[in-house]
Design a protein around this ligand. Structure first.
Ligand code: FES
Length: 86
């Protein structure tokens, strides 16, 4: 079997769905991120749920590449997206 290489996005936003982040609303954050991105045309950002990202004391955690966002709230989502679009 040969490896297949595909790219469906230029950025992958990992939203932790571990125990602590879930308690702090990460599932809603993922939904809100997805909805916010649907409003924007032409973006190449994919929102993905993840297991614990080992930053539980900063729950809820969101990671994109080497950017870590902790204690993320709804009001922060637009700023996170803008960071990725730069
Ligand atoms: S539960 Fe989210 S970083 Fe651990």
């Amino acid at each position: 079997m040969s490896m297949k290489k595909t790219a469906i996005a230029t950025h992958y936003l990992f939203v932790c769905h571990g125990k602590d982040c879930s308690k702090e609303g990460s599932k809603d954050l993922k939904k809100q991120l997805t909805q916010e991105l649907k409003k924007r045309k032409g973006h190449k950002i994919k929102v993905v749920k993840s297991k614990c990202l080992d930053r539980c004391k900063f729950a809820p955690s969101v990671v994109c590449g080497n950017h870590w966002y902790g204690k993320v709230r709804t009001k922060d989502l637009a700023e996170i997206i803008q960071d990725l679009e730069k």
